[in-house]
Ligand binder design. Structure first.
Ligand SMILES: Cc1ncc(CO)c(N)n1
Length: 217
């Protein structure tokens, strides 16, 4: 069994919980409170900046020039494509000033950064894989169940449910499997642990948007 297949089995309960979250259901049927979506977008704009930086660090640490190129392209994609989506939503929904980074977003981005800087590159790759893979799965799921008429969140749904994003995700999974093949069993376990932690943070990210999470002080 490939590392990625085993790793997905590990996070299946988290994924199943994610697709039942009110944030996801309401996004799909178009009833999500706009304030919750705006909060999500603002936090995601912060998230994507760190995500892009993290991908660039993975690129710098990669074992081969081919893998470097793949990750630098992922990094560019995170900046260019997703920012464009945010720019359009920021305008459409009149999102003004940037909010400070929320506790959960802070936790997630610094988790990614420290994993990528402190651990070997394959563990770093595993830590960013849920960002690709869970979004693809959730995007496809939402695409299936979505309300197609007048859904204000259609652009978001099409970004992550689309084929283009799907190709990137396939590549990211393949690169992790390639890396895992070169690792020892102990290192593969570290990869899986990083994958599981990041998946749990994906859950919390949506949860925190639904709750409009704030710093206690
Ligand atoms: C929190 C989060 N994870 C993953 C993605 C997709 O890259 C995103 N836009 N936001």
């Amino acid at each position: 069994m490939k590392w990625s297949e085993k790793a997905w089995q590990e996070i299946l309960p988290v994924y199943k919980d994610i697709i039942q979250m009110p944030f996801i259901i309401e996004l799909a049927n178009g009833t999500l409170d706009i304030e919750k979506f705006k909060y999500y977008m603002q936090q995601d704009a912060h998230y994507l900046e760190y995500f892009a930086r993290t991908l660039a660090v993975i690129s710098a640490k990669a074992q081969s020039v081919d893998t470097m190129l793949d990750f630098i392209r992922f990094s560019e994609g995170a900046i260019v494509v997703e920012r464009a989506l945010h720019d359009s939503y920021f305008k459409q929904f009149n999102v003004g000033e940037r909010m400070p980074v929320s506790p959960t977003c802070h936790h997630y981005v610094h988790y990614m950064q420290s994993t990528v800087y402190m651990q070997q590159v394959e563990v770093g790759m595993a830590a960013v894989l849920p960002c690709f893979w869970i979004y693809k799965k959730v995007g496809d799921y939402i695409l299936q169940i979505q309300a197609k008429e007048n859904n204000p969140y259609a652009d978001w749904i099409n970004t992550y449910g689309g084929e283009e994003f799907g190709n990137l995700v396939e590549k990211a999974i393949m690169l992790c499997d390639e890396g895992a093949d070169k690792c020892t069993e102990t290192q593969r376990k570290q990869m899986t642990a990083a994958f599981v932690d990041a998946s749990r943070l994906e859950y919390l990210f949506w949860d925190s948007a639904y709750k409009l999470e704030k710093w206690k002080r």
